[in-house]
Design a protein around this ligand. Structure first.
Ligand SMILES: [Zn+2]
Length: 554
């Protein structure tokens, strides 16, 4: 053994066996997947002051036990770092947990019936919002119309969002209050859908949704706080210990700060305000106290819309609608304006992430990132593309080459996979949710849910990335199975890579001395069970900063 190696060994031994004070918590008899390449597997871990102080075998960690140390016996179960979700809309999610759930309607009649049932529980005149409906799951996928809302909602104005947030359907009363009529022109970046007579059907796409905003009373501060608290509880149940959260309501950040001040946060929040208001984000960040619970992690922009709404931007037209290739998001018109904001935010030290779904949106944001990096000079900037959903084969290697992170949501693959081929044809689907190709090209892939467009469950996301079984059961061997990845790769994308994507790898994402003690105990071991059984793995316990915040009742 060389002298250096001997010294290193001695150092390791000291750091795991010589506690100056006993631990607050000791985890034993666990199968810990640490995510730390220096020590990938362990059976025990000691926690003090909310952080990991030792990772090792049960014997090695025994020395950390004192009279007041809580001992948690994992009984041989798998423990992994707390899941870090790179893409959430927590306030929207919370609002939807408290609102009508139109997610699983069978057809228009079922949609109207469920809405009517919920409407009865709300006071006269109250606005009905959200709903997360998805007409693509109907046997005959027609867009809903105000005619499906009016009989169900009575005198309550209704504007109900599609699950992807890129369109809404409004009742006749809501349209009237917002003064939307046959004479209302389509705003830039938006569409007022009309019937054959030229009258609005009730559906407003993308920027057209803003037309309703002035008529609709804003949520009260208490409502936003209630929504976020509900979302925080939901995160705990799903083993999600950190979120990189995106704007839902204008008062999100105030509400997050209030929850932090009240000691009510059990999920760590890295908030990303809108890129179009990057100056505000910069000033707010300078004024705000960043800590391990709440910070401003960067800013988020938009290139295009969504595949389900037909607004994702492609080079070639949609297969089922040859008149359109999608549209730019309002804030990307003109594109130079978006590029200017990316450059300015980057120069101000804000991490930039931009939503891009269609292949053209992806290619063009990569072009923008490349030019901005050149213009602003080299630094550790970790530009991100949110979704990176449909890529031309030639754009896949550009992520690694430019050091751009692909921040993806694997659950969308098994959801959209039911109908994506119909919309864009089989060729473009080969490099859709191209997890394997991206990893093989050397790119950093970080995962999230896009809750509440998809479930907040990281385990469901891992199952989706590994198996690619579409929700309709039609691809039991996987939809474009050549893009499957391993459980370990998916776990890493949801932990260490997600921390890296958020500039938080020094604090979290792996379980090693010095890291925050955020971890999850699982009911079964995803790393050893047959992958087809991944959908049966549950979160048994969620621990944040050494404190159990969720424990499943058996
Ligand atoms: Zn999103």
């Amino acid at each position: 053994m060389s002298g250096v190696a001997a010294a290193l060994l001695l150092l390791t031994a000291i750091s795991t066996t010589a506690p100056s004070e006993p631990a607050d918590l000791v985890l034993v008899s666990a199968k810990i997947w640490t995510g730390d390449r220096a020590r990938p597997e362990a059976t025990a871990m000691a926690v003090r002051g909310g952080r990991v102080v030792a990772v090792g075998g049960d014997e090695e960690v025994r020395a950390w036990r004192g009279a007041k140390t809580v001992v948690l016996d994992a009984k041989g179960r798998r423990v992994v770092p707390g899941f870090i979700d790179c893409h959430t809309h927590m306030s929207m999610g919370g609002v939807n947990l408290l609102a009508v759930d139109l997610r699983h309607t069978k057809d228009p009649a079922d949609f109207t019936r469920k809405l009517a049932e919920f409407a009865k529980t709300r006071p006269a005149g109250a606005w009905l919002t959200d709903g997360a409906w998805d007409h693509q799951v109907w046997a005959n996928p027609v867009l809903p119309t105000r005619a499906m809302l009016d009989p169900a909602t009575g005198d309550r104005p209704a504007c109900l969002s599609r699950t992807d947030g890129h369109m809404m359907v409004c009742s006749s009363i809501a349209l009237k209050l917002a003064r939307i009529s046959r004479d209302t022109p389509d705003p830039p970046g938006g569409v007022v859908v009309r019937d054959s007579a030229g009258d609005p059907t009730g559906v407003l796409k993308d920027a057209a949704m803003d037309l309703i905003a002035s008529a609709r009373p804003p949520r009260t501060e208490a409502e936003v706080e209630e929504a976020l608290s509900t979302a925080v509880r939901h995160a705990a149940e799903n083993g999600v210990t950190s979120v990189q959260d995106l704007p839902g309501d204008a008062r999100d950040l105030d509400a997050w700060e209030k929850l932090r001040a009240g000691g009510k946060l059990t999920v760590r929040v890295s908030y990303r305000p809108s890129l179009s208001e990057w100056e505000k984000a910069r000033d707010r960040r300078a004024a705000m106290k960043d800590d391990e619970w709440l910070s401003i992690g960067g800013v988020k922009g938009y290139m295009d819309g969504s595949l389900g709404s037909g607004t994702a931007l492609f080079f070639r037209p949609y297969a089922d609608d040859p008149k359109t290739s999608g549209v730019y998001a309002a804030e990307a018109i003109p594109l130079e304006k978006l590029e200017g904001r990316v450059a300015a935010a980057d120069a101000a030290g804000l991490a930039v992430e931009v939503h891009a779904i269609g292949d053209r949106a992806n290619a063009e944001i990569l072009d923008i990132y490349e030019r901005v990096a050149k213009k602003n000079g080299p630094k550790d900037r970790r530009f991100r593309v949110e979704h990176a959903q449909h890529l031309r084969a030639e754009d896949v290697p550009r992520f690694a080459k430019l050091g751009v992170i692909a921040s993806m949501q694997p659950y969308h693959a098994i959801d959209d996979g039911r109908w994506a081929e119909k919309r864009i044809g089989v060729e473009r689907c080969r490099t859709t949710y191209a997890f394997r190709s991206l990893l093989d090209s050397g790119a950093t892939v970080a995962f999230g849910s896009d809750w509440d467009v998809a479930p907040l469950s990281a385990l469901a996301g891992i199952d989706a990335a590994v198996n690619r079984r579409t929700l309709d059961g039609k691809h039991p061997q996987g939809w474009f199975p050549e893009q499957k990845i391993s459980v370990e790769e998916a776990l890493r994308a949801y932990t260490a890579n997600a921390a890296f994507a958020g500039f938080e790898e020094k604090e979290k994402g792996t379980l090693a001395p010095g890291k925050l003690a955020d971890f999850v105990v699982l009911s079964r071991d995803p790393l050893t069970i047959p992958v087809r059984e991944l959908d049966g793995v549950r979160v048994d316990r969620t621990v944040v900063g050494g404190r159990t915040i969720y424990s499943r009742a058996d």
